[in-house]
Design a protein around this ligand. Structure first.
Ligand code: FAD
Ligand code: EPU
Length: 342
């Protein structure tokens, strides 16, 4: 067990924000995790620290130095645990890189996660906010997970229903916030692909690629091409993907907005409400391409806030607040942040 102190977190968050952790340690086994949690509890109460579980740091904004213990999850391993006629069940360590797992599935011919190609971050965070893209969410392939209870030091099993997945939501993001460390996730993948190419520009991209026989590789590549064309690469420009969620509003309100703004983008939901494209709202408040010092709103995707180099977490947060207020003023719609503010 090695605990370091006053560690820069710049390389551990895709926003590239310079912030320090008072203490920092990685863990490669659940025993090491338990040891670290005990070490923290055994400090006398004035030294016991709050903790932050860190995966790839691609969905956090560090607003200031973290005055506590950061625990970097390095639990690895990909194991087929069972199969039936149609499915293979694969248990994956929470510290595995998500996209590497997707590529592994494609290589093995296991279907279900190809539309989720190139999402940054680690497997352990995938159920946190039920990651989603191009018509697929993690809940569609999720089977179960194991999570270590921080206080009780026990492994708890969660089934699909236990996780209460919603749009960018789960029990881990709200009800059990900071109570559990997800240690592994089991996905139920299909032996025979049921391709989902109806969403967005996937079909057009496949045509552009001159694909005649659909394959997992082709769908994955189409998604990668679309994503690369509009989302900034965090290795080049710091960001955490969509900063806000797409808001849900009542149909009546959508109709009235549509009268005022005929081009407004919204999608009908099964419950009768409408999901608005937050990127459209933000763009039409004039923010797209905006930059103040090193904090900005991406020029190709207004939903993505960016750090051009040396922005502070506070500057990014303040920009998000200005955006939120202006969308509220212009459209009377309240945006909710998707990114976890630390
Ligand atoms: P982190 O940022 O490390 O952590 C996120 C939160 O989860 C934190 O609160 C952290 O404490 C908690 N956490 C992490 N691991 C664990 C664990 N093992 N146990 C308990 N809590 C944990 N998301 C989408 O859904 N769809 C997209 O299309 C998408 N596109 C993106 C594109 C870009 C360019 C970027 C930068 C981000 C994008 N994201 C997207 C957001 C992000 O990639 C996902 O939310 C991802 O799952 C975060 O994983 P992470 O390991 O980096 O999590
Ligand atoms: N739009 C604009 N201006 C913009 C951006 C978007 O007008 O600057 C409009 C366009 O009309 C576009 C529509 O918004 O057709 C939707 O845009 P896009 O397809 O880029 O998707 P999104 O709704 O902005 C969501 C997810 C992404 C996910 C994509 C693809 C949320 C909050 N975001 O973005 O997830 O990759 O769909 O499925 O739901 C993330 O969560 O971090 C993330 C990147």
């Amino acid at each position: 067990m090695k605990v370091q102190h006053d560690i820069s977190l710049k390389q551990y968050n895709t926003f590239g924000i310079e912030a320090k952790a008072k203490s920092f340690a990685g863990f490669e086994t659940t025993d090491e995790l338990a040891e670290l949690l005990e070490y923290n509890e055994n400090q006398n109460s004035s030294h016991q620290q709050k903790i932050l579980i860190l995966g790839g740091g691609s969905n956090i904004l560090l607003k200031k130095d973290f005055n506590g213990l950061v625990l970097k999850n390095n639990l690895l391993g990909i194991h087929e645990v069972k199969e039936d006629g149609q499915h293979v069940y694969v248990q994956v360590g929470a510290g595995e890189v998500w996209h590497r797992f997707v590529l592994h599935c494609i290589d093995k011919g296991w279907a279900g996660v190809e539309n989720l190609s190139l999402i940054p971050g680690n497997v352990g965070a995938s159920p946190m906010q039920n990651i989603g893209a191009y018509g697929v969410e993690i809940k569609d392939v999720f089977y179960s997970l194991e999570a270590f209870h921080v206080k009780d030091k026990k492994n708890i099993h969660f089934s699909l229903n236990d996780c209460e997945f919603g749009y960018r939501e789960s029990v881990f993001k709200r009800k059990y916030k900071d109570e559990f460390v997800i240690t592994n996730v089991t996905y139920r993948l299909n032996k025979v692909p049921d391709f989902n190419i109806s969403y967005g520009a996937i079909k057009q991209e496949l045509e552009k690629m001159a694909v005649t026989d659909l394959s997992l590789q082709a769908v994955s590549q189409a998604v990668i091409n679309i994503r690369s064309s509009k989302l900034p690469n965090p290795d080049v420009i710091g960001n955490a993907g969509s900063f806000f969620k797409n808001p849900e509003i009542e149909n009546l309100k959508f109709k009235s907005l549509k009268e005022q703004y005929p081009a407004i983008v919204g999608y009908d939901l099964p419950n009768g409400n409408v999901k608005l494209a937050a990127g459209w709202l933000i763009e039409h408040c004039g923010w797209k391409g905006y930059r103040k010092a090193d904090a900005g709103c991406h020029e190709k995707q207004a939903l993505v806030l960016v750090n051009y180099g040396n922005a502070t977490g506070e500057e990014i947060y303040n920009l998000s607040e200005e955006i939120l207020q202006s969308v509220k003023r212009k459209f009377d719609v309240l945006l909710e942040r998707e990114v976890n503010i630390v």
